[in-house]
Design a protein around this ligand. Structure first.
Ligand SMILES: Nc1ncnc2c1ncn2[C@@H]1O[C@H](COP(=O)(O)OP(=O)(O)OP(=O)(O)O)[C@@H](O)[C@H]1O
Ligand SMILES: [Mg+2]
Length: 167
């Protein structure tokens, strides 16, 4: 069992990211993001659910780092809805759907095409706002906050089971 994630490990391409862990601090959240980012491939979709300020953007920062992208460029995209990071072949598209209302917003942003092209990794905060327009998430991250500022995160990795990776 992996010491941090407590999840199952396969070969390098098939790491199962499923996990249920407490995030002691920002560093722990970023470290989990790095771990996830390393295992993501073009076309993967990550959804991030959880209350305001629970750590969704913080985890995306780690994901960027894990993908070899400068994590300092990751900011909360609330006002621009969508940002793309990275200058390599596989970028990270970061969406904050908090202000979005569904399918129309998705196509206005071109997000449906970005997802269909499967060229980048897409990470979406507040996916429930646009749930009807999203394909089923491949990596579903859910934050919960408890008393004394404790934060738990549940990661459900559906990539292998989904059979949509072409392998
Ligand atoms: N264990 C932790 N993991 C992540 N962030 C933490 C943790 N403990 C404290 N924090 C603080 O909580 C805040 C999390 O902010 P972040 O922008 O990542 O949240 P968010 O879920 O994206 O919020 P929003 O819903 O507004 O987009 C930061 O200010 C961070 O310093
Ligand atoms: Mg955020």
């Amino acid at each position: 069992m992996h010491p941090i994630l407590g999840g199952r490990m396969g070969d390098a391409d098939r790491i199962d990211l499923s996990a249920h862990v407490e995030l002691a601090d920002v560093k722990a959240t970023e470290a989990l993001g790095v771990r996830i980012g390393r295992a993501l491939r073009a076309g993967d979709l990550v959804t991030l659910d959880g209350p305001l300020g629970s750590g969704k953007t913080c985890l995306v920062r780690g994901i960027a780092q894990g993908m070899g992208i400068d994590p300092t460029v990751v900011t909360s995209p609330s006002f621009v809805l969508m940002q793309r990071y990275g200058d390599g072949p596989v970028g990270l598209v970061h969406v904050d759907a908090w202000r979005m209302r569904g399918e129309q917003d998705l196509s206005d942003l071109g997000l449906d095409e970005i997802m269909a092209s499967r060229c980048d990794v897409v990470a979406i905060e507040w996916p429930k706002r646009i749930a009807s327009a999203l394909p089923q998430s491949l990596v579903r991250v859910t934050f919960t906050t408890g008393q004394q500022d404790t934060r738990m995160v549940h990661v459900e990795d559906q990539r292998a089971r989904g059979g949509v990776r072409g392998d």
